[in-house]
Design a protein around this ligand. Structure first.
Ligand code: CMC
Length: 376
């Protein structure tokens, strides 16, 4: 093979095998451990999906009950962690707060270096339990509201919304949130997952891999897109402004957030499921204006460019309707994607090879500093 062939952005490069998920562009499908994600979204809770991704099979009722009980017992944030979060500036981006929180949890864990799969799963479950509290705290703090204690009689999605808004969510809202968590949970070698695998490949610790992955997810070309979609909606304002707004955006060569995908070129397999969930929220909150803007921008952009929406396009307005501030959308993505990152970290450790590609040098030719002699 030609060692100087460059695949910029690693486009089309198959970097390793994985048994966690399969993206099939031809059939427009996504399988987690063999199960179509639409089926999991309809039939399973996020807790069940997490267990599936980590164990490789759906958990037995006993295994699931144990995992749920453990998650529910870890939903509270410790004093030291709260102290660090409170000391960050109020203006800190919520993604920076979440990234810092995970870093603190790593610093507090005396067995952070463990590479035992059971122990890693347990650390991950504790992260899954605590990130909702971090997100809820940030959201409430921004609104000058006190923190709310977790409820161990509520499932993951209901408790997440309870801690954030102080109300038990109506079933339609709980279900839409749960579906979004399932859809965000895993997506093969995306940038943040690959980042986690690179860090793990050096035999660094679990938390370091997650912190690095959060950094990768923050960018608007990746997870930051759900936040960016909402800013676009705010900028456009209403459906009748779509055409002039798009004319201007494309004239300025702007990327339209929530559209396009490195792997899917004919539509993202997760979008129909999330769009259906968004539709239930639009009906529940009676917001036909959002439906009109959503449809108008999609029709206009797809019509002009043939570039289709990705998952962030329906999930952005869905989180907005639920009442989250826009800056909280990507931290919610973190809460979910920890599931996929953890499955890949375990897989990387089980078959590790240091990830270290090559580069083709194109800087100055060899040169020397005046007066230097080798024997000086
Ligand atoms: N708006 C405008 N033009 C676009 C867009 C877009 N959203 N997406 C792709 N294009 C154009 C791009 O400019 C390029 O045009 P040209 O060939 O004239 O230079 C062509 O389509 C091919 O795109 P690319 O950027 O080479 O393709 P890529 O595989 O590198 O990009 C992407 C994938 C996701 C980075 C890109 O589609 C994008 O920037 N989208 C907007 C951000 C976004 O929604 N990201 C979320 C990704 S999916 C879920 C997630 O990770 O959260």
């Amino acid at each position: 093979s030609d060692s100087t062939e460059i695949r910029k952005g690693l486009v089309g490069v198959v970097a390793d095998t994985t048994a966690v998920s399969k993206v099939n562009v031809e059939t427009n499908s996504l399988l987690y451990r063999g199960y179509p994600v639409q089926e999991l979204a309809a039939m399973c809770s996020f807790e069940e999906v997490v267990n599936l991704l980590w164990r490789g099979d759906l958990a037995t009722p006993d295994e699931l009950a144990r995992s749920i009980a453990r998650e529910r017992s870890h939903r509270e944030l410790g004093d030291r962690l709260m102290g660090v979060i409170e000391r960050l500036p109020d203006e800190s981006h919520p993604m920076d707060v979440v990234r810092t929180a995970v870093s603190v949890m790593g610093g507090e864990d005396p067995t952070a270096w463990s590479d035992d799969p059971e122990e890693i799963r347990d650390k991950a479950l504790i992260l899954i339990a605590k990130i909702p509290a971090v997100v809820a705290y940030i959201q409430r703090h921004r609104r000058g509201l006190p923190m709310i204690a977790p409820r161990d009689d509520l499932g993951y999605a209901a408790n997440f919304l309870w801690m954030t808004f102080g109300e038990e969510p109506p079933e339609v809202v709980r279900k839409a949130f749960d579906v979004s968590m399932t859809l965000y949970a895993e997506h093969s070698f995306n940038a943040s997952t690959f980042t986690a695998r690179v860090v793990t490949s050096t035999l660094s610790d679990y938390y370091s891999a997650i912190v690095a992955a959060i950094g990768a997810l923050k960018g608007p070309l990746h997870g930051g897109a759900n936040e960016a979609v909402m800013r676009t909606f705010d900028e456009i304002g209403s459906a009748d402004n779509v055409v002039p707004w798009l004319d201007d955006a494309l004239a300025h060569k702007r990327k339209i957030m929530g559209f396009g995908h490195r792997v899917y070129k004919r539509g993202d397999s997760r979008v129909p499921t999330m769009k259906a969930a968004l539709d239930t929220l639009i009906a529940h909150y009676d917001r036909p204006d959002i439906a009109a803007l959503y449809d108008a921008l999609e029709a206009e952009f797809v019509g002009r460019k043939g570039i289709y929406p990705n998952l962030d396009y329906p999930s952005g307005p869905a989180y907005h309707l639920m009442g989250f501030d826009t800056e909280l959308f990507t931290p919610i993505f973190v809460a979910s994607r920890i599931a996929g990152w953890t499955a890949h970290i375990q897989e990387q450790l089980a078959h590790n090879a240091l990830i270290r590609p090559l580069s083709l040098y194109d800087g100055p030719a060899e040169r020397h500093i005046d007066g230097y002699t080798a024997d000086a």
